[in-house]
Write a protein that binds this ligand. Sequence first.
Ligand code: NAD
Length: 363
Amino acid sequence: MSHRVTLIPGDGIGPELTEATRRVLEATGVEFEWDVRPAGAAAMETHGGNPLPDATLDAIRANGVALKGPITTPVGGGFRSVNVGLRKALDMYAQVRPCKTYPGVRSRFEDVDLVIIRENTEDLYAGIEYEQGTPDAEELISWIESKGGELRWRDAGISIKPISVTGTRRIFEFAFDYARRMGRRKVTAVHKANIMKFTDGLWLHVAREVAEQNSDIEFDDRIVDNMCMQLVQRPEEYEVLVLPNLYGDVLSDLCAGMIGGLGMAPGANFGDGAAVFEPTHGSAPKYAGQNKTNPMAQLLSGMLMLRHLGEDAAADNLEAAIADVIREGKSVTYDMKPTRDDPTAVGTSEVADAIIEKLGVRV
Ligand code: NAD
């Protein structure tokens, strides 16, 4: 059976990374029908300045699955981030970032194999903010004071942190389903419920309710500061961490650092009708078109997509081929070599060639 997948090459290094990934995915023997769609700069040129055309969104909705390269968000000028726009339009509430160390990667850590699941629609990132000194901020502060609330100083800007029962329930239901599908045994809820009782407290309460309905999977919880310490002391004790938006943002970068950095960190965003697979890193514009950057994060995102499509044997083969190339340390890009100016570093497409060769041995 052929899988119809929307392919969004993206900006900067995106096109070369997605091309390398497309070649490698085809070499696994799985058949794809690529539905190539623009977003970002390429879309602006062809769609009257619109970086996120409706036709691209409709294609993802219709196919249900997309492989996406990174997209540039130009600084300033009220330009809406395509990445945020995409997540909102498709209500992709779950961001999944598996963090795994492969032997041969330059990292201070070994034996990390955990998954960060970040709630992606609520919390302090909901965009409900009141600028210091505006009439709205003044009104809000007066209202808070009228309810007995006290601000240390009145000249404050205010960001609101909504965490709902509905949003929390759906992310934990997703997390337990994901854990079960991926053969994971434990889910950990991360929070600061001891301080923020009505938001993180609610998060923990709902997490426990959902855990009771999923008693085949072990459940525990950690306060976020303690979680950070535990992650650097004994990361091997954790499997699936579920975090509200802000903590999820911070800890997913912490964990990316633990497994070798941005070049190694894959990701996926899930909504009820769509799944978009993309690396954690951005479009690194200064390296665009140079066949220089590391395709591993994009390739590993493709491997996650294979699992999502039910192609587990191909995913296992691909992961083993990637692991072989990393362990050998020969056909890897500059960022995976002992020094950044190592003359033996290869380019993006040569990494893909080496992995395809390994797949050839395996398939
Ligand atoms: P970035 O991740 O693009 O690059 C930062 C640095 O990390 C690069 O200069 C490079 O040294 C290194 N790097 C990143 N990817 C690499 C790879 N595959 N191989 C080797 N080295 C790599 O972050 P940035 O410079 O902050 O952002 C650039 C643009 O990307 C911005 O417009 C930003 O908005 C966008 N962005 C997009 C996404 C996305 O599409 N999901 C995510 C993050 C940032």
